[in-house]
Design a protein around this ligand. Structure first.
Ligand SMILES: Cc1cc2nc3c(=O)[nH]c(=O)nc-3n(C[C@H](O)[C@H](O)[C@H](O)COP(=O)(O)OP(=O)(O)OC[C@H]3O[C@@H](n4cnc5c(N)ncnc54)[C@H](O)[C@@H]3O)c2cc1C
Ligand code: FES
Ligand code: FES
Length: 520
């Protein structure tokens, strides 16, 4: 266990500021909740961000508005909630800031939150391990999709007796937002029903004005204080990094959290970069999308999907919602796992990364960043600050961009192979090509030999088949629990063929084209 930190943690819970002292930097939020605060409603299942039993919801100011996110408390460090609002499953009936706003068509007994009432009435409440996590994911969904809509409708209502009704939650939305909650008894249908039922109960609204006032009472952490640092600006972050190059840098902690819970690592000094305002920004410039390293995976992928809508299903397959809510794009890139999902895509998009330190900034193509298995060119005093993704020139079509993820499970799984292809055609020939691959080498890589095999060739089955052979021979992937070397090679070539078929208009080869109903 790391040494207790002299810094206090302050956060808002049930309408009041909670203050905790002597919390070691690597104590998890789940440990604090269950062991220090006695809130055992939040459960520990896997301890590694996979099952969702530990889900809690955080509220955070983003500019002038509050954002709500379901996160995994098991891999989140407790100090990271300093200055935020927090709800556990116990709080839904105990938070005085959550109040019914109007009557609606379905009556519910007073006390239960609509997320809980819906679980009860739809028979979604099954075992005691998963249910609290499901309820909290439903609560996050409620805050983001039901309460916000109801607040707008209530504000617009002229007659105070008008029921405040929000838009229904679709099945697809419910599935997407529950992607981080596993139920081992496979009782998903009633839980999805509950997600859709929540909006039919009398609305419960959060008193945001009072919450914002409470949040404003919490002071930022003092600068350059050892222990767990939460710098708020880039200069503060760079100064902290220069002063303590040995401190563990963390962002969303969805990789680092597992080093703590599974590898039992302890860090006496942590620098958390998720409050650095400059690094949370995503800016669309004339020639590039500039993504701050601390933008979370949801926000970063949403910005990419807004430009390349064909990436939507790939983006949705990155972990589950609570991991995407915490994890950052910069963390994925800096961590440099050879099976990380964003890097093959960013390499195919010819992204450049910006590294910053008190000495200045430098930039490099992403594929040049990696020097070996989880090794990179980051100096001890540097941070990854921005990822710059070039935009297609005005008028250019980018239809021939695809990213494919091959994993054993469709949802919430790590890639065995990941391949991203970006091909530009002119007069039926390949005039530009960039290909990023994951799961085939010690680092994320660019498939330069295959690019050379395609460049200048007619965009025909014959050229693609020749390039498939090159791609299968270009890397020497390892065999491990996710896939054998032979499988990885085979699938690489198959994905290139699939890419070509899709470019010819074939749709049936996409898993997303099928629905369970159509297959029945
Ligand atoms: C259940 C689960 C599912 C997952 N699924 C996927 C998946 O489908 N695809 C995938 O690719 N990954 C997946 N991951 C891994 C993880 O979520 C990602 O790698 C994530 O992007 C890490 O970001 P983070 O902000 O949490 O990084 P952290 O854990 O905070 O940090 C990771 C590493 O990056 C360093 N770092 C972070 N930010 C910076 C920076 N700005 N500058 C320099 N160094 C920095 C840290 O020091 C640390 O070494 C999954 C993880 C879990 C727990
Ligand atoms: S305990 Fe399984 S995700 Fe946290
Ligand atoms: S609700 Fe826990 S296993 Fe299904």
């Amino acid at each position: 266990m790391s040494k207790p930190s002299s810094q206090t943690i302050e956060f808002v819970r049930r309408g009041a500021v909670v203050t905790l002292s002597n919390v070691p930097p690597t104590r998890t939020l789940l440990e604090v909740l269950r062991e220090d605060l006695g809130c055992t409603g939040t459960k520990e299942g896997c301890g590694e961000g996979d099952c969702g039993a530990c889900t809690v919801v955080i509220g955070q100011m983003q500019g002038d508005t509050l954002s709500f996110k379901a996160i995994n408390s098991c891999i989140r460090l407790a100090h990271s909630v300093h200055g935020l609002a927090l709800w556990t499953v116990e709080d839904l009936t105990a938070d005085p800031l959550l109040q019914p706003v109007a009557q609606a068509s379905v009556t519910a007994p007073p006390g239960l939150h609509p997320a809980q009432q819906a679980m009860l009435e739809c028979h979604g409440s099954q075992c005691g391990f998963c249910t609290p996590g499901f309820v909290m994911s439903l609560f996050g969904m409620y805050q983001n999709h039901v309460a916000s809509a109801a607040a707008i409708e209530t504000a617009n209502a002229t007659d105070a007796t008008t029921p405040a009704r929000a838009k229904p939650i679709s099945r697809a939305l419910a599935q997407a937002e529950l992607s981080g909650n596993l139920c081992r008894c496979t009782g998903y249908r009633p839980i999805l029903d509950a997600a859709q039922q929540m909006a039919n109960y009398p609305k419960v609204a959060l008193d945001e004005l009072r919450l914002k006032a409470r949040l404003a009472q919490i002071q930022p952490r003092p600068d350059a204080h050892p222990g767990y640092q939460l710098p708020a600006s880039l200069p503060e972050l760079l100064a902290a990094r220069a002063a303590q190059p040995g401190a563990q840098l963390v962002a969303g902690c969805t990789d680092v959290g597992l080093w703590v819970t599974k590898l039992h690592q302890n860090f006496d000094a942590v620098i958390d970069l998720t409050r650095v305002a400059e690094l949370r920004r995503i800016e669309r410039r004339a020639d590039a999308l500039l993504i701050g390293a601390a933008a979370n995976l949801n926000e970063a992928f949403a910005a990419l999907v807004a430009i390349w809508p064909q990436l939507a299903s790939f983006a949705a397959r990155f972990a589950g919602l609570p991991v995407r809510n915490s994890g950052t794009l910069g963390g994925n890139v800096a961590n440099g796992s050879p099976i990380g999902d964003s890097m093959p895509l960013l390499i195919a998009l010819k992204s450049v990364i910006l590294l910053a330190s008190v000495r200045g900034e430098r930039e490099m193509p992403l594929e040049d960043f990696y020097t070996g298995y989880r090794q990179n060119r980051l100096a001890a005093d540097e941070v990854l600050a921005f990822i710059k993704v070039p935009l297609p020139p005005a008028g250019a079509t980018q239809d021939l961009l695809r990213a494919y993820k091959i994993s054993k499970r469709y949802d919430d799984d790590i890639s065995a192979v990941c391949l991203a292809l970006n091909v530009g055609l002119a007069d039926g020939r390949v005039h530009s090509v960039s290909i990023g691959a994951g799961g085939v080498a010690a680092t994320p890589v660019r498939a330069r030999q295959t690019e050379a095999a395609l460049h200048g060739q007619p965009w025909s089955l014959a050229s693609v088949q020749a390039a498939m052979a090159t791609l299968r021979a270009e890397f020497a992937p390892i065999s491990d629990m996710r896939a054998s070397s032979a499988y990885r090679r085979e699938v690489l070539g198959n994905l290139l063929q699939r890419f070509w078929l899709e470019s010819q208009g074939a749709q049936q080869i996409k898993l997303e084209s099928f629905t369970l109903e159509a297959l029945a």
